[in-house]
Ligand binder design. Structure first.
Ligand code: NAI
Length: 483
C-alpha cells in the first residue's frame, strides 16, 4: 500500500481516539449497521479531500464498511491529526508494522507543493494487475480543491495549453499551474481520463458549494454534485454549533488569553458567524458583528450584537475573526490599525479572507513564530503595532485546535455517506448539476442523533397530520422552510 503520513507509530493512539469518537457518532455507526450487509458502495473508488481528523477516520472506515475503496488527503495544510492519519493507514485490523487500512496522504504542516501532490495521489490510483491505469470514480470534497484540479486539468488538456506559471497571482495558483504544465509536458491526458471515470462529487462546505454552482452556471461542470453543506443537518449544525465549540478552543489553545470582557469582532453573520458570535459571547466577550447582507445584519442586531464596520471598530478590538467565505475582508491597513497584540484569525475555508499575502510582503513587517500556527507580526515603528495571527490565516479551529467534535461531525458525515450512496447507486437520476439530498434523508440524519441525547420526539396523530397536510412519518417541512 502506498501512503504518506507523519509517523505510523502514532497508530495505536489514533485507534483509541477513533474508538472513543465512534461512541459519539451514532449516525455513522447506524449507516454501518443498516448498509453493511448490502455493500452499496462496492465498486466505488472514493477520492476523499477533507480534513484528516479523528472524526474523518470514522467516516473513512464507514465508507469502507459499505464496500468502498478509498484514498484520502486533507483539504488544508494544517488540519491533519497525525495520529488519526496513522491509525487509518494501519487500519482497524492492521498495525504500524503491517498496515492494512486505507492509503492516506496527509500530515500536519504540509507545504503547498506537498498539499497538491497529496491531492493528485487520491485521484490517480496507479495501475491494476494488468498494468492498466486506475483512477478514482467518486470524489468526496471539502472546499472543492480535488474537483477544481480535475476541472483545470481537463481544460488545460483540451486546449493543450496550461496557464504560464509566471502568470500566477498567488503561490497557490503557481503550484496548480506547475502541476498542469508538468502533466501536459508528460503528454498525459490524465485529468481527462480521471474526469471520464468520475461519477460525481459530494461537497462538504459552503465555499466548495459556491464553486460548484458557479461551474454549473458557466456550463463547465463535468459531473453531478450533491451539495451536502445545505442539508439542514449539516450547515445549521456543523457550521453553527461546531464553530461555537471549536472557535474558542482554537483561541484558547493558541493564546490562552481571557476572552471575558474583551471586544471581539466577528466578520460575517452566516451559519459559521452565528456560532462564533455565540461562543465568544458565552465567554463574556463584547461581540461586534460586521455584515454586508441587511438580513444577516438585522439578525445580528436582533440577537443583541452591535453591528458595525470593521474600520469603525478595528482600533478597539482585542480579537478579530473572519467567517465570510469572502476575500480581502481584513486588509493590511486594517491590521496596522489594530491594538497591540490583537488576535487575528480566520475560520472561513480559505486563507484569502485575511490579506496574508499583503502582510507577508509589507515592507519591514517582521514575523516571529511563537509556536506552531501562532505568529507575532510586528510592523515597523510608526506604521502599526504587533498583532497575533493564527494559523497563517487558514482556518484556525482546525489549525490551532482539533476542529469540530465528533457528535456534530456525525451529522455532517452521515449526510456525506448518504450522498455518496445516492450518487453512486442512482446516477441515472442525477444528470450533471448540483443537488441537495431529499428532505426525508435530512430528517433521518437528525432522527439518528436523538436517542443519544435523550430526546423524546412527539408523534403526530393521524388527525393532526391530516390537519397539517403532511405524512405522520414526514417530511414535516417544505423545501422552502428555513429552520
Ligand atoms: P454563509 O454564506 O452562511 O455566511 C457568510 C456570511 O458572510 C454571509 O452572511 C455574508 O453576507 C457575509 N459576508 C460576506 N462578505 C462579507 C464581508 N466582506 N464582510 C462581512 N460579512 C461578509 O457561509 P457559512 O456557512 O457561514 O460559511 C462561512 C465560511 O466558513 C465558508 O468559507 C465555509 O466554507 C467555512 N466553514 C468553515 C468551517 C470550519 O470548521 N472552519 C465549518 C463550516 C464552514
Amino acid at each position: 500500500m502506498d501512503f504518506k503520513v507523519a509517523d505510523l507509530n502514532l497508530a495505536d493512539y489514533g485507534r483509541t481516539e477513533i474508538e472513543l469518537a465512534e461512541l459519539e457518532m451514532p449516525g455513522l455507526i447506524a449507516m454501518r449497521e443498516r448498509f453493511g450487509a448490502e455493500q452499496p458502495l462496492a465498486g466505488a473508488r472514493i477520492a476523499g479531500s477533507l480534513h484528516m481528523t479523528t472524526q474523518t477516520a470514522v467516516l473513512i472506515e464507514t465508507l469502507v464498511a459499505l464496500g468502498a475503496d478509498v484514498r484520502w488527503a486533507s483539504c488544508n495544510i494544517f488540519s491533519t491529526q497525525d495520529h488519526a492519519a496513522a491509525a487509518v493507514v494501519a487500519g482497524p485490523t492492521g498495525s504500524a508494522d503491517a498496515p492494512a487500512g486505507v492509503p492516506v496522504f496527509a500530515w500536519k504542516g504540509e507545504t503547498l507543493e506537498e498539499y497538491w501532490w497529496c491531492t493528485q495521489q487520491i485521484l490517480d490510483w496507479g495501475t491494476d494487475a494488468e498494468g492498466n491505469p486506475v483512477f478514482a470514480n467518486m470524489i468526496l470534497d471539502d472546499g472543492g480543491d480535488a474537483t477544481l484540479l480535475v476541472h483545470l486539468g481537463v481544460e488545460a488538456e483540451k486546449k493543450n495549453e496550461a496557464p504560464a506559471v509566471d502568470s500566477a497571482k498567488s503561490t497557490e495558483q503557481r503550484i496548480i499551474f506547475e502541476v498542469l504544465n508538468e502533466s501536459l509536458a508528460a503528454s498525459q491526458t490524465r485529468f481527462t481520463d480521471i474526469a471520464r471515470e468520475i461519477k460525481g462529487v459530494t461537497e462538504e462546505t459552503t465555499t466548495g458549494v459556491h464553486r460548484l454552482y458557479e461551474m454549473m452556471r458557466e456550463g463547465s461542470l463535468l459531473f453531478p454534485a450533491i451539495n451536502v453543506n445545505d442539508s439542514v443537518t449539516k450547515s445549521k449544525f456543523d457550521n453553527k454549533y461546531g464553530c461555537r465549540h471549536s472557535l474558542v478552543d482554537g483561541i484558547n489553545r493558541a493564546t490562552d488569553v481571557l476572552i471575558g470582557g474583551k471586544v471581539a469582532v466577528v466578520c460575517g453573520y452566516g451559519d459559521v458567524g452565528k456560532g462564533c458570535a455565540e461562543s465568544l459571547r458565552g465567554q463574556g466577550a463584547r461581540v461586534v458583528v460586521t455584515e454586508i447582507d441587511p438580513i444577516c445584519a438585522l439578525q445580528a442586531a436582533m440577537d443583541g450584537y452591535q453591528v458595525s464596520t470593521l474600520d469603525d471598530v478595528v482600533g478597539t478590538a482585542d480579537i478579530i475573526i473572519t467567517a465570510t467565505g469572502n476575500k480581502d475582508v481584513v486588509t493590511v491597513d486594517q491590521m496596522r490599525a489594530m491594538k497591540q497584540n490583537a488576535i487575528l484569525g480566520n475560520i472561513g475555508h480559505f486563507d484569502n479572507e485575511i490579506d496574508m499575502a499583503g502582510l507577508e510582503t509589507y515592507p519591514g513587517a517582521v514575523r516571529k513564530n511563537v509556536k506552531p500556527q501562532v505568529d507575532l507580526w510586528t510592523f515597523p515603528e510608526g506604521e502599526g503595532k504587533a498583532i497575533i495571527v493564527l494559523s497563517e490565516g487558514r482556518l484556525m479551529n482546525l489549525g490551532n485546535a482539533t476542529g469540530h467534535p465528533s457528535f456534530v461531525m456525525s451529522n455532517s458525515f452521515t449526510n456525506q455517506v448518504l450522498a455518496q450512496i445516492e450518487l453512486f447507486t442512482k446516477l441515472e437520476e442525477y444528470p450533471t448539476g448540483v443537488y441537495v439530498l431529499p428532505k426525508h434523508l435530512d430528517e433521518e440524519v437528525a432522527r439518528l442523533h436523538l436517542a443519544s441525547l435523550g430526546v423524546r420526539l412527539t408523534t403526530l396523530t393521524d388527525e393532526q397530520a391530516g390537519y397539517l397536510g403532511i405524512p405522520v412519518e414526514g417530511p414535516y417541512k417544505s423545501d422552502e422552510y428555513r429552520y
